[in-house]
Design a protein around this ligand. Sequence first.
Ligand code: GDP
Ligand code: MG
Length: 723
Amino acid sequence: MATQVNGYHANNTLVSSDRLHVIDQLREKNIGKYLPLPQLVAVGDQSSGKSSLLESLTGIPFPRGQELCTRYATQITHRREEHVCINITIIPRPNAPEAVKDHLKLYGRALQSTAELRADFPAILDEVNVHMGIRTSKNPGGDKTFAEDVLKIEKCGPDEDYLTVIDVPGIFRLTAEGVTTNQDKALVISMVKEYIRDERTIILAVLPANVDVFTQEILALAEEYDKKGERTLGVLTKPDLLQELSAKVSVCKLVEGKRKPLNLGYYVVRNRGGDDDDNDDAGSDLTGPDREAMFNEVPWRDLPKERLGVAALKSRLQDLLDHITDRAFPQLRLETRQMLADSQKDYSALGEPRQKEREQQKYLVAMAGKFQALVRAALAADYSAHKALEDDKLRIITQVVNLTEDFNKDFLQNSHAYSFITSKVEEEHVAKVEWIPDPVFSIDLEDLEAELEMFPELNNITTLDVCTNDDFPDCNIMDWIESMYRRSRGVELGAFGPGLLSAAFREQSVKWGPLTRRYLSEIILVIHRFILRALDVVCTDTKVREELASTIMDRLLARYEDGMRQADFLVAVERDKRPYTLNHYFNSNLQGARGLRIAKALKSHSRLLYGEGAKYVELQKVQEAVTNKSNTQHTKEDIHDILQAYYKVASKRFVDNVYHQAVDHCLLSGPMSPLALFSEQWVLELEDKKLRAIAAESRLTSERRVILERKIKDLEEAIEILQ
Ligand code: GDP
Ligand code: MG
């Protein structure tokens, strides 16, 4: 592979070694477009001689001099091609608006030779200034002084090496009124930093010999990014402008490392001055031997030869490029692989091309299949089935179970309007099963409200209202029963009318509706969130996803409403019908309550018999205890006990029914559940027009597919080369 001769001397180029040859090949494969490859960048103060230096190094006439001071970065690349040509284009800044990008990309010039470029350069720069909107005397309408767009000059020819050299605007200290602002200054500094930040950039810190190095902030800046000084070279320009010997000696001291030493040292280069003939072709006279004759004079001639002149600098740069490239290789390999993997992922996310109806249907059916698989796994709590299920918000069945447990607990404790009188034993039991929420899954009210705000489409279906005990008069249940009894009793003796129990139960269960609606709302929110997230997972194309979501939305909402309606129905059935149950627990509860009541009444009459643990009551006392109560008292207690026994049975039945019918059947696993909506069947039944609207590929996607195909091919070849 090493077909080239080491050093620049043989063929006047900067590049030679194997590794650099590989880089050449990578550039040839366009990899520089995707990954940063080693490059040279000249940085320094305005007019320090950056452009002149790069011209000396590459033979390309850079715009030089005060008027033409660089207003944007210029990137010179070299490419090996059969025929000689020079292409000039503009690379838009990454954050430019699309329209501006399009406009900038329109610019292009093709030239046949360096001589032609030299001749046309001023005119080309005028055009570029207009294109980028740079304000100059010839383009007073421009709206900026500096641009972040890049002027790209690509030199092609059979002898070119793929070296990239970048000329950035010079750093300036003083702002000139009407020309440059502090903002411009900051912009230039940030552009410079952007270029020198990269590990693979060799920094040519250009320092005019006739200015004190200690005033040059570029050295400090370079040090900031190249801490070990492994890729910063000091280049002293304009040595010919030094008159006094003492000034020259001072510069020599820099080179000798006796002042402000730099790790990689300083080089002295004499470029073409402003007064030198513009037509001496730098291409054929790169080293400018006439100009460099001065290095044979005192004090320069005492400096090491390898520190003087363009040729020496080039030779050193070559080694350095080699070194940097070597170091960059493992990283380059890694990044190329990573980029290839990313591109392949992006590419497969685009799916098969979808121009025809069949292709569109296939695409959507596959997506629905994935969605249903995700639903199945999530409902079965089979969370290892899909990586996406690591997201707690997709663990739907766990959330539902937790919410349901919460609901059950809340319901058994707080759903009644008036607290029943319970025996001590039972109260203790209730206190013991105190619900401790799981910290990961518990959903508190504020979170829910915030989440619901993200889904305004649920506004008309869900509600987070809760009724608290404050909504009821703080009233003793016995007083309440008495007042109900007094309002409704007839002439029956020791009994109560048939309507009383219904009315009492209705009042006692007044919170069931709101509690249930709230529970259902939470469930619906969890399901809705799941569906939208699952769509994100199965469909990466934003346009398709949005179209799909908006197409299913109406039916989705209707299904949520069905669930809610079923819950309302269950509430109505419980509350509006006459209380009745076949559940034998009702009877045992009731008998239990009555028994307890008698036991309580007898308690004060009981006494412990000597030697035995149990208490005894005289038969006579039993009669007294039971007959001592008034009729009303008796009836009230009876109503209380029946109501309590029934309430217990009814509320358990109700909670079960709500879960089974409204939640599980209507909202989760039934055939008409919202989770079942986006299915293969649904896709197959879509009208053609709808199908097209959702699944047809946008032009953007087709274009993206072509670009990615090309990129993947380039990167695959790059990996071959990098092996
Ligand atoms: P930049 O702003 O850093 O790109 O500086 P330029 O390359 O445009 O140079 C500014 C001026 O200094 C131009 O007129 C150059 O011709 C001149 N110049 C650059 N290098 C040398 C040099 O080594 N000797 C002399 N005499 N003039 C130079
Ligand atoms: Mg310049």
